[in-house]
Design a protein around this ligand. Structure first.
Ligand code: SAH
Ligand code: SF4
Ligand code: F3S
Length: 469
């Protein structure tokens, strides 16, 4: 799961003047994007409406990420800016509430209020259903820190998703099916910030997916930090894995495209691989992070598989779905990583061939075993390795996209383009595809012929080829 997804622009409708307004800013991964929507919905039931502008906000909610040091520090610089804004407000006789949610909230708790007294409340990811109570206490002037892992299921307690709200949010949607992580990779904070692995029940997921479809959503991405470890009891009492769940969701009218992220290589079971062979709705794109190619480093990271096991797994997935594109996450400069280890990672990347990837310099995180290891790699070495790794991955990405030139592909039309006369859709492999607006309307899945590429987009200059739906 990558932490580059920003909350979608333009998803917020203008607020009626008499309602309180909340400005939600989302950092981190797709799970935070999903949570932000659920929090906005919970606050909606409490009389708040979302605003896209800080200037008229009565409340600011930062949904934060703790994955790397830079991600966590961003929050404090934002809080510095908000302090100034709040001072100005108070000078002119009005005020605003400031809340911190997400993984920094869970990891740092009260420390946030100590370091940034401008913050009124801190709420961890497992307690969002308590948000309205927390806000009302904060409005009365209490400083509130709510970071206990709740025993009750937050999804059960959050208000049901509202069809009108969903409609405003577009034709693609996230749906969290699994939370937390029990894997404890030695570099990673997620098991501490999100807690133990929990799967949402089948009935809850299917009901939410139906509602999304009713609201015009055509592509759903199932989310979890270990989404392919999802398992649940089916209506007939049998135990389902993610492959079976996908088969069920593929039956829902209107849900034409399914994806899931992020998967761990160790949880790719036979049935899930077979679902890629059997389900047309399951998009031929898989984010399957490997982090490193050296067996010694993989072991030190506690990934519990080798480079060759990953290669063989990819072979099996490609045998089931030959047009599948792979994406991955990589960390350079994990403690003890030598030049030889790094070359193993480069070799693995060359062997696999990625359509897309996210790569990071190792960032020691407080409380994780990796942070205490000797042999931390110097920054300069990390920079050099990241540069080489990203050059190779960048070339693979360009090759993949250029390989689509001249091909006719299916595109889900999502939003108007930047230039007049354009409409932007999404390819099966997640690239934006810029099309001529006459190819169809938002929500249509159309076939277009790719004529060229730009840095990150596919471009179809031509007119409609054929409409599938
Ligand atoms: N659950 C996902 C990963 C979630 S974190 C998985 O197991 O693949 C997203 C990515 O951030 C990770 O895949 C990893 O590449 C990166 N990451 C996590 N902790 C990091 C750290 N301490 N330093 C640098 N990158 C890190
Ligand atoms: Fe972090 Fe590893 Fe869990 Fe992914 S599987 S969330 S990298 S501990
Ligand atoms: Fe960041 Fe938390 Fe997601 S640490 S990557 S927001 S699970």
């Amino acid at each position: 799961m990558n932490e580059r997804v920003k909350i979608m622009d333009g998803a917020v409708s203008p607020a009626p003047a008499n309602m309180r307004k909340v400005f939600v800013k989302t950092y981190g991964c797709q799970m935070n994007v999903y949570d932000s929507q659920r929090m906005a919905d919970a606050l909606g039931a409490d009389g708040y409406v979302e605003t896209a502008s800080l200037d008229d906000a009565d409340m600011v909610l930062l949904n934060t990420c703790h994955i790397r040091e830079k991600a966590a520090e961003k929050v404090y610089s934002e809080l510095g800016r908000l302090r100034k804004l709040r001072d100005e407000r108070q000078a002119s006789g009005s005020d605003m509430l400031i809340g911190v949610a997400g993984c920094v909230a869970q990891a740092e708790g009260e420390e946030i209020i100590r370091r940034a007294p401008v913050v009124d409340f801190v709420i961890g990811p497992q307690t969002y259903h308590r948000l309205p109570q927390v806000v009302s206490r904060a409005r009365r002037g209490d400083k509130v820190v709510e970071t206990d892992y709740a025993i009750e299921d937050k999804f059960d307690k959050l208000p049901e998703r509202d069809v009108r709200q969903l409609r405003a949010r577009g034709v693609t949607a996230f749906l969290t099916v699994q939370e937390g992580c029990d894997k404890f990779c030695t570099f990673c904070v997620v098991p501490y910030t999100r807690g133990a692995e929990v799967s949402r029940p089948v009935t809850q997921i299917v009901a939410e997916a139906r509602k999304l479809a009713e609201s015009g959503v055509r592509e759903v991405t199932l989310l979890g930090q270990n989404v392919n470890a999802w398992h649940g009891e089916s209506p007939d009492g049998s135990e389902w894995g993610l492959g079976r769940l996908l088969r069920e969701l593929a039956e829902i009218d209107g849900l034409d495209r399914l994806r899931y992220t992020t998967s761990h290589p160790r949880d790719m079971d036979e049935d899930l691989i077979a679902a890629h062979r059997d389900l047309g709705a399951l998009m031929p794109y898989l984010h399957l992070p490997v982090q490193a190619g050296s067996d010694r480093i993989l072991k030190a990271m506690n990934r519990k598989h080798t480079g060759d096991e990953y290669r063989r797994l990819v072979d099996r997935i490609r045998a089931a779905r030959p047009d599948i594109a792979l994406s991955g996450d990589f960390i350079v400069g994990f403690p003890g990583e030598t030049d030889v280890d790094f070359e193993d990672t480069m070799r693995l990347i060359a062997d696999i061939g990625y359509a897309q990837a996210f790569s990071f310099k190792y960032s020691p995180r407080p409380g994780t075993p990796g942070a205490d290891l000797k042999d931390q790699v110097p920054e300069q070495v990390k920079n050099e390795r990241l540069y080489r790794l990203q050059s190779l991955l960048g070339k693979q990405q360009a090759d993949f996209m250029n390989g689509l030139i001249g091909k006719t592909i299916s595109v889900l039309l999502e939003k108007p383009g930047r230039e007049p006369g354009q409409i932007v859709g999404r390819s099966p492999w997640l690239q934006p595809a810029v099309c001529d607006e006459n190819v169809g309307k938002i929500g249509d899945i159309v076939s277009v012929r790719i004529t060229r590429t730009s840095a990150n987009s596919l471009i179809a200059d031509n007119r409609k080829v054929d409409t599938e739906a």
